[in-house]
Design a protein around this ligand. Sequence first.
Ligand SMILES: [Zn+2]
Length: 170
Amino acid sequence: MARVPSGRVHNLINIAAYSVLAAATLVASRLEAVVVTPAQGLWFTLAYAAGTFLLSPDLDLAEGRVDSKRHWGVLGVLWVPYGMLFSHRGWSHTWLVGPLTRLLYVALIVALVLGLLTYLVPGLTLPTLPEPLSWKVAAPLLVGYYLSQWLHLIADGVRPDHGARRVRRK
Ligand SMILES: [Zn+2]
């Protein structure tokens, strides 16, 4: 079996990379080479942390015991179907589709919970988003999330054409 980093090692790699990036961004903005607003930094950081600790590609092992499932506490059981659905280091570990599968999975669970709530509590009004998500928010969120995922894949030794090669081999 190939040696792959454990959840703890992945977390350490991502934290180290974040520290370097944060320091570099700080220096670059001092030199006025880049402009990062506090809000952009916050959205990036939140998405990066969520991607590192809550939405790791290794949730494809959630039918068993895995670090990223433990971070969800009791809600970790929600990831068991995901773990059964996706084989370890399969589609879950592709560069573009992989991170997307976990976002869609969360969206699906949220939709199911909200659907159930409105069914059980008739007349319940759900809070609506104040305005459509603007790119000012969406861009740092996406960059932060995808970067955290790609660092995991790089540490796993997964190449960006992973999905394509798998399909071709079949
Ligand atoms: Zn992995």
